[in-house]
Structures are given as structure tokens and as C-alpha cells.
Design a binder for this molecule. Structure first.
Ligand code: ACM
Ligand code: ZN
Length: 438
């Protein structure tokens, strides 16, 4: 068998799958202009950008699409019709490489199909991340939301602030055992981002602010209101010490960090977190209170919104659109940001009604770190319970929205927070099979 493709773009997809099929079958599958398996790029008048048609007949297989991405997805569907051993990382003999005859016309309902990963609470190596990217691409997930900073660990090298990774990347756990330093170098990030891009996955980095930043504050205490020395948090939960919006230097820091990060992540979006930020330290901070008076803000919730607005301007200046968790709309100030609805669907409904784009990731359906089987017998999880059936039955467009408002729902995402996900085996156990339902 050979794979036929004419254009360089189609040949690239053909080469990817020829290598994969050769690896599992042991046959030397070649890429030529004509083949028993043919990849055809057609007009986008017929196909949506991510859609494809797959025809499996007795003597030929053809995938037709209007983009390399569509061809990639069509071939992934073809591989899923073959015996599962086609995904093996080595030659499997005694398998009949048969696929059922089929005629499939497929395209995604939503443009954003995401998974959230949290290497802050427990780190994932480059190889572990790549393995997940391979699997996610099989199932046509097109976005990884990478939560790279939190109270318990800072996981990305920033050259202007080396302490973030060196100091913020390690914590002392319960019995005095040091966890880390664990972080991705910029070279490793580039490697992962391009590995993902070859598989049509965009990685959106999250720099979580202004809360959940004790690891950064440990390295640079001036980022907080009081400036007291601290260490990265070694228990889970929500930390009271947060960044200080009252200090101009905090915005300079953020601009420098975001500048380095956007250079590594060439997508459209930049995620700034924005959730779970206690207002206690701001209430007692002279700088924060002075800013509230200067900007005529009503309270600390408006200060939070003001902070997010400023960061939105920074991100836009660097060519990125903002994404934030649903708290970003709490202060009531206008934002252009795309909102991730996590506290149920209410934040997403409100955002869509305001005209903001929304990604649905409610903790009532999409939290894949919650239990999926009887907690009495299941491996320890953070809590909650969301079965495969519940995820599968979830309808991402809330009934409360009009047809016009519903257009703002751009997609769905499964979240896997890492507190109780210390190994890659546990990650896979939590992710699957529920991610397939996503
Ligand atoms: C979240 O789960 N705190 C977004
Ligand atoms: Zn302050």
C-alpha cells in the first residue's frame, strides 16, 4: 500500500501517516503521487475548514478535505476503523489490517475543543505531554489549555526573571521532601508547541493572575501587597496572598513575562486565569486603596476587574486576545475577553448575553478531576462525581440563550486539575474515557 498525495501540504500529512502505519504494520508504506490510499485537497466551498469525507471501499481509500487539518482528521478516523494495534509503537504481526467499508462525512460542531492540563500541582515531563498530544489529536481535540503557573509551582522558564522557575518551581512537601525544581525551559516549550502544531493542536498558555501566584511571589515578594517573604504553597486550596494591583511595578513585571510567553505560543489567545482571588490583602493595602480612590472604583471587585482590563490591554498590545475564568466579569467592567464558564453554566450564560465569547467548561459536567466511579472504591480524587454518561449527555449550549447569544459559545473543554493526579497513569485514568465524551 502507498499513500497518494499531490500538493506538498497533502504530502506532509501523507508522510505522517505513512510513518505511523509503517511503524505498526512493518510494511514500508510509501508516499507517492497516486496510492491505494489517496488524500485529496478540495475546495472550501464544499468542506468546512476542519471537515472531511472518508470513503473506504474494497480497493481504495480516499480522504477529501479543504485543509491539511481536515485530511489529518480524516486519516485519524480511518485509523480508528483499523484494528486498535495500528496505534502500536512497534511492529505487530498476526493482525489483519482490515477496515469496514464506510462513507463518512464529518465536521466539528464547535471550533474550540479543548483539554486543560495542570503541571503546577504535579509536573508532567516533555515525553508525557507529547504522548498525550498524540492521543488528543486522534480524537480531534484542537486545543490544550496549559495552566503553567499557580501557588504550588511556576513551570515555565522566564529569562528576565530566573527566580520564577528556580525558586517558584520547587516546594517543600509535608515531610520536608522537596518537590522540584520542575519547569519547562523555553527550548522545551518550543519543542512541545511545534510537536502539537504538527498534530493540529494549539497550546494556549495560562499565566494565572492576580490570585494563585504564591510561587511567583516567593521568588519576587514585591509582587504582593505586603512584600513579606513566603514560600510556594504546599497544601491545596485557595491562597490569601495575591498580587498587588496597587503597585505599578506589578504591571511592568506582567508585561515582561507576557512578552516572553507570547513569543513561545503563537496562537490567538492568552489565558490570564482570574479565578479564586481573595480580596483580603487588597482591603488592607494602602497602594490598593489609593488606586481604588484614584480610579473611582466602587470596591475590591471593581479593582479586580480594573486589573484584568489593564492586562487585557497589555495582551492586546502584544497581539493576543484574552481568555479568563468566569470571575473576570464579576466586577462589572467591560472586557473583550473570552470567558471560560467553570462555576456551572451561569458565568457562560451571562457572558454570552453580554456579547462575550464563551468556552463551556462547567464543574457540573466537564471537571475530569472529579470522581468517575464510586468514591468508596476509586483512587483518591479531589471530590465531586461526574460519570461518563453525564459528560456525554452534556449539551454545551445553555437553554437560557437565544439563537443569537448561542453563537458566542465557541466550544467546550475538559479540565484535569492536578492536585490528586501525581502520575501520568493517574492522569490517563482520570482523562479516559470521559475525554472521549468531551
Ligand atoms: C477553577 O477550577 N478554579 C477554574
Ligand atoms: Zn495591594
Amino acid at each position: 500500500v502507498s499513500i497518494g498525495a499531490i500538493t506538498p501540504e497533502a504530502k506532509k500529512i501523507a508522510t505522517y501517516f505513512a510513518a505511523k502505519i509503517s511503524l505498526a504494520t512493518g510494511y514500508d508504506v510509501k508516499v507517492e503521487d497516486k496510492g491505494e490510499i489517496t488524500l485529496v485537497l478540495d475546495s472550501c466551498a464544499t468542506f468546512s475548514p476542519e471537515g472531511y469525507a472518508l470513503d473506504v471501499e474494497s480497493s481504495r481509500v480516499q480522504v477529501t478535505a479543504c485543509s491539511p487539518r481536515g485530511l489529518f482528521y480524516g486519516m485519524q478516523s480511518f485509523l480508528q476503523l483499523l484494528p486498535a494495534e495500528i496505534e502500536s509503537a512497534g511492529i505487530v504481526r498476526d493482525v489483519d489490517w482490515e477496515a469496514p467499508a464506510a462513507n463518512i462525512i464529518d465536521s466539528p460542531r464547535f471550533a474550540y475543543r479543548g483539554i486543560h492540563m495542570d503541571p503546577c500541582r504535579h509536573f508532567m515531563t516533555v515525553e508525557e505531554v507529547k504522548k498525550q498530544i498524540d492521543v488528543l489529536s486522534m480524537f480531534k481535540i484542537n486545543t490544550i489549555h496549559w495552566h503553567l503557573t499557580d501557588d504550588q509551582g511556576w513551570r515555565i522558564e522566564i529569562k528576565q526573571y530566573p527566580g520564577l522557575a528556580e525558586i517558584g518551581g520547587r516546594r517543600i512537601e509535608g515531610e520536608g521532601v522537596e518537590y522540584g525544581p520542575f519547569y519547562y525551559t523555553q527550548e522545551e516549550i518550543k519543542d512541545i508547541v511545534s510537536y502539537a502544531a504538527e498534530r493540529f493542536i494549539t497550546i494556549i498558555p495560562e499565566l494565572e493572575i492576580p490570585g494563585h501566584e504564591l510561587a511567583a511571589i516567593s521568588a519576587y515578594p514585591g509582587l504582593s501587597c505586603k512584600g513579606d517573604p513566603v514560600t510556594p504553597r504546599n497544601i491545596w486550596g485557595v491562597e490569601d496572598i495575591v498580587m498587588c494591583p496597587g503597585k505599578e511595578s506589578v504591571f511592568t513585571f506582567l508585561e515582561n513575562v507576557i512578552d516572553e510567553m507570547v513569543a513561545l505560543f503563537p496562537g490567538t489567545y492568552f489565558h490570564i486565569g482570574g479565578d479564586e482571588c481573595p480580596k483580603t490583602s487588597w482591603k488592607q493595602c494602602e497602594d490598593c486603596q489609593a488606586l481604588i480612590r484614584k480610579e473611582n472604583l466602587k470596591d475590591e471587585f471593581e479593582l479586580h476587574a480594573y486589573f484584568i482590563q489593564q492586562v487585557e490591554k497589555i495582551a492586546e498590545g502584544l497581539g493576543r486576545k484574552l481568555i479568563g475564568w468566569d470571575e473576570v466579569l464579576e466586577g462589572g467592567l467591560p472586557l473583550k475577553a473570552t470567558v471560560m464558564s467553570w462555576r456551572g453554566e451561569a458565568g457562560g450564560i451571562k457572558a454570552a448575553q453580554l456579547g462575550n465569547n464563551v468556552i463551556m467548561t462547567p464543574n457540573t459536567y466537564c471537571y475530569l478531576d472529579y470522581y468517575q466511579e464510586n468514591p468508596e472504591f476509586a483512587p483518591l480524587a479531589i471530590g465531586g462525581f461526574i460519570s461518563l454518561e453525564q459528560v456525554y449527555d452534556y449539551e454545551p449550549i445553555p437553554e437560557a440563550l437565544t439563537a443569537e447569544e448561542a453563537k458566542h459559545i465557541i466550544g467546550i473543554q475538559g479540565n484535569i486539575w492536578g492536585e490528586y493526579v501525581a502520575t501520568i497513569e493517574k492522569f490517563e485514568y482520570m482523562a479516559f474515557p470521559r475525554l472521549l465524551a468531551i
